[in-house]
Design a protein around this ligand. Structure first.
Ligand code: NDP
Length: 334
């Protein structure tokens, strides 16, 4: 079995030599254990934070050990008394390897009649839940409002745009990198207006897209996007601080948004959240999302990279915008 290990803690932008792909022996499952052949690995921005040895809501990767992360796979062997039989499709957190040996209680069997298994790493998993919680609990959208979403063509952002419409937003504006993504925001994901931030002039583009101002901003990017949004927020506007990917690879912490004090005059609410603290909303969300997927009213795209050997490049690609929708690594089923 091959697995990805972090071997050096990156300073600023990670490089190939900070990682290695290692072959290891696969042990037989002991009592209560299951051996899972991973078929899908989740590729996520938060992995950058785990490469640093700093206290966080999730522990850092250990050097010279397999990295962890969300994964889906099939149980191929089960030890005595294991609760999950061979052949079950399961989700777990021992990704970044071809085979995972786990305690049977650490895997979650998936209902594959609802959606293909990898959907549980994206639209039917924390990705989709993050979009939903952000727009219903953190920065609730009201009927007729104007919503702005950054990182809009990504996994969370593309779902968030569609959920904002379902919640009754009058106008949903998305920002993403490049003309093709901007086109897809409108044609594929139902955004009313799209900004290609790589064109520059973000504030001017936002003003043009939202002359009436913004009521809710769902922030995946931080930095220039958060500052531009602060210049356009309406009275009593709400900002959900979901991610700040523009700064994840910075060596120094960026200074705060220049227009933060607009929050005072406009009585804004800025609220951060980590989805792990909001899992109680999962049953409500999955009920709705499964219905939306079934009736075809929610589109969840995936960008798939094949092979464990290409896993690291998939992550580098995610950080530089190679994906539309959820970035996944697919491993052979047998
Ligand atoms: P995405 O699918 O959105 O992938 C990341 C995207 O970020 C890329 O496709 C790229 O798109 C964009 N990006 C990269 N660098 C920049 C930059 N400098 N400026 C603007 N955009 C940039 O990932 P996810 O949907 O998984 O995550 C989206 C955000 O949500 C991240 O910030 C993540 O950390 C956060 N998150 C937070 C959670 C929480 O609990 N709070 C849970 C899950 C995710 P482009 O081509 O448009 O540049």
């Amino acid at each position: 079995s091959r697995e990805w290990q972090l071997i050096a803690r990156p300073v600023g932008e990670p490089k190939d030599s900070d990682f290695r792909l290692v072959s290891t022996e696969v042990a037989d499952p002991g009592p209560g254990e299951v051996l899972v052949r991973n078929t899908w690995l989740s590729v996520d921005p938060y992995m950058r934070g785990r490469m640093d040895d700093v206290p966080s809501y999730i522990p850092p990767f250990q050097l010279n050990e397999a990295m962890t992360g969300g994964a889906v796979g099939v149980v191929v062997a089960a030890g005595d008394g294991a609760a999950v039989p061979v052949g079950t499709t399961v989700q777990h957190f021992e990704g970044w390897r071809e085979y995972a040996l786990l305690d049977g209680t650490k895997v979650q069997p998936l209902d594959v009649t609802l959606a293909p298994p990898q959907a549980y790493l994206g639209v039917l998993g924390v990705t989709g839940l993050t979009a939903y919680v952000g727009l219903t609990e953190i920065a609730p959208v009201k009927e007729g409002e104007v919503v702005f979403i950054s990182g809009a063509a990504g996994a969370v952002g593309s779902v968030a745009g569609q959920i904002a419409k379902k919640l009754g937003a009058a106008k949903v504006i998305g920002s993403a990198g490049g003309p093709e993504k901007a086109r897809r925001l409108k044609e594929d994901f139902g955004f009313d207006a799209a900004i290609d931030y790589r064109e520059g002039q973000l504030r001017a583009q936002l003003k043009q897209a939202a002359p009436e101002g913004i009521d809710v901003y769902f922030d995946n990017v931080g930095g220039d996007h958060l500052d531009a949004a602060l210049t356009r927020m309406n009275l009593f506007g709400r900002i959900a601080l979901c991610g700040a990917i523009s700064a994840y690879n910075e060596k120094e912490r960026p200074s705060g948004p220049a227009h933060l004090s607009n929050a005072i005059g406009k009585s804004l609410t800025l609220r951060g959240f980590t989805i792990g603290h909001h899992m109680k909303t999962f049953p409500e969300y999955i009920g709705k999302a499964a219905g939306w997927l079934a009736d075809g009213s929610l589109r969840a795209d995936e960008t798939v990279v094949d092979g464990i050997e290409n896993g690291l490049n998939a992550w580098f690609g995610l950080m530089s915008g190679a994906n539309t929708g959820k970035m996944l690594v697919r491993l052979p089923e047998a």
